[in-house]
Ligand binder design. Structure first.
Ligand code: NAD
Length: 492
């Protein structure tokens, strides 16, 4: 059993912005972050202003325009990214501790996330030496064509609170691999590990100004970055609502926008599925990171003939899931903030009002000063209830029953989201049919949440625009330049 008390800090850690290779002071009006599980102050972040964002953009702009990083060789970039991966591994315990304190996620899980993050930096490091365009030799006797992949320029990377280091690791190493300079704006709830990452990058040899970090609220910091004429691209992960406003803010300067947004991801469980594996995956999908996960498998669509048996297995396993102090051996930690806590509880009330059957109620957990919600399950959820179509971002599972494949696909696609889905069946034809017909950026078959940096990630419909990870992740941060060369006639 891990002990919670020694890890709690006596006083909060103070962090300033990181601009042009230098940390500023925290300032006179910092943002205080309290641990969601213990309610003690753990971090103080500088409250960024429009001017701070402006300064960071200028730093990134200057570094990019001077070519400090953009003209380094792939081998040099690879070395810096690989060294960063090594440093993340070396610092995993400290980084995991910061995330546990700031976000409320289980410490054990935070440690795993540090390893995943290091793996992504390593993968991006390898891609540094594979960035190339193409040639075209079919333009006639005297024309020769080629394409160059050039870094898009200055990128603003805006991230949420649920997987702080992991999500910035899905953006920053690929932007750096392409040769871009960046301004990072982490969530105002969980900025600590992003600022630590800036330190590690400097230690790994990244020149000053190539990666800047400005902390603070979405408005003014994120909004300034999204509309700034000195920014060429915004890569955002967060809510669909803020994604909409970022696209609008970016429109006047026509900057490129990449968006990773919300999800309401269905798991379709057919009557020939292995119910034990499926029940295990349902619990992982629903309770992982307290359900505060864009990929949360928060909608279970189960075929009527096996529904009772599956529900019984899921409830049994869920009762055994431990909720509490994230430094203890728990699977479900604390909820990020008061607003989210109330939002989740409100959804539970709306579920009851919609006529869904609350078969496991986790809203009554008492744990000292912390905000906790244990696994909560609704059965017989009407397909048009809010809890069946809206992202709750908490440990609340909705179970919907269906009669046949056509109905399952219809219900599955009946949301504005399209991030991920999974299909549980022993029938290969059915698995393939569903895979083709589900509107989702990722479809798993007889598994859930399995992944690797080699695989692209992103959403259909209002779950986003563009893809992260995978071999093409670096290309997202490039422009293509077409070069046409006229040759002298040499055959005369
Ligand atoms: P959020 O949209 O409230 O905030 C995300 C970031 O945007 C924060 O840094 C915030 O300060 C900033 N921001 C807020 N207003 C802004 C504005 N007007 N302009 C620019 N930036 C602004 O999201 P959150 O509450 O931090 O995270 C939860 C959401 O993130 C959920 O909807 C979840 O689905 C989504 N999410 C998606 C993915 C994915 O990859 N698809 C991954 C994780 C989280």
């Amino acid at each position: 059993m891990m002990n919670s008390q020694p890890a709690l800090p006596q006083s909060p850690t103070s962090y300033g912005h990181y601009i042009d290779g230098t940390f500023s002071s925290t300032g006179t009006d910092p943002i205080e972050r309290r641990s969601p599980a213990h309610s003690v102050p753990v971090s103080l972040y500088a409250r960024g202003t429009e001017q701070d964002a402006e300064k960071a953009v200028m730093s990134a702009r200057t570094s990019f325009d001077q070519g400090d990083w953009a003209y380094t060789s792939g081998a040099e970039r690879q070395a810096v990214l690989q060294k960063t991966a090594d440093l993340i591994r070396e610092q995993a315990a400290e980084l995991g501790r910061i995330e546990c304190l700031e976000s409320g996620k289980p410490f054990r899980q935070a440690l795993e996330e540090m390893e995943w993050a290091a793996g992504i930096w390593e993968y991006a490091a390898a891609l540094c030496r594979h960035l190339h365009g193409g040639t075209t030799n079919t333009l006639g006797r005297d024309l020769f064509g080629m394409t160059l992949k050039e870094p898009i320029g200055v990128c603003a990377l805006i991230t949420p609170w649920n997987f702080p280091l992991l999500i910035i690791s899905q953006k920053l190493p690929f932007a750096l691999a392409a040769g871009c300079s960046c301004v990072v704006k982490p969530s105002e709830f969980t900025s600590g590990t992003t600022l630590r990452l800036a330190e590690l990058l400097s230690q790994a040899g990244l020149p000053p100004g190539v990666c800047n970090v400005v902390t603070g609220l979405g408005n003014p910091v994120g909004s300034t970055l999204s509309s700034h004429p000195g920014v060429d691209m915004v890569s955002f992960t967060g809510s669909t609502t803020v994604g909409n406003s970022i696209m609008a803010a970016a429109a006047p300067t026509l900057k490129k926008v990449a968006l990773e947004l919300g999800g309401k991801n269905p798991q379709l469980i057919f009557d020939d599925a292995d119910l034990d594996y499926a029940a295990e995956a349902v619990c992982l999908g629903a309770w992982f990171n307290m359900g505060e996960c864009c990929n949360s498998g928060s909608r279970i669509l189960v075929q009527e003939g096996v529904a009772d048996e599956l529900v019984q297995k899921v409830v049994e396993k869920s009762r055994a899931v431990k909720t509490g102090d994230p430094f203890d051996e728990v699977s479900v930690g604390a909820i990020i903030n008061g607003q989210q806590f109330e939002k989740i509880r409100d959804f539970v009330e709306r579920g009851k009002e919609a006529g869904a059957e609350l078969i496991l109620d986790g809203t009554q957990v008492e744990q000292g000063q912390g905000r906790f919600i244990a696994p909560t399950i609704f059965d017989h959820v009407p397909a048009d209830a809010d809890i069946a179509s809206e992202e709750i971002f908490g440990p609340v599972l909705s179970i919907i029953r269906f009669s046949d494949q056509a109905e399952a696909i219809r219900i599955a696609n009946r949301t504005r989201y399209g991030l991920s889905a999974s299909v549980w069946t022993a029938n290969t034809d059915r698995a393939l049919y569903c895979t083709r017909n589900l509107q989702a950026g990722t479809v798993w078959v007889n598994t859930f949440l399995a992944g690797s940096p080699e695989l692209p990630f992103g959403g259909y419909k209002q779950s986003g625009l563009g893809r992260e990870l995978g071999p093409e992740a670096v290309l997202e941060f490039t422009e293509t330049k077409t070069v046409v060369i006229k040759m002298e006639q040499t055959d005369g």
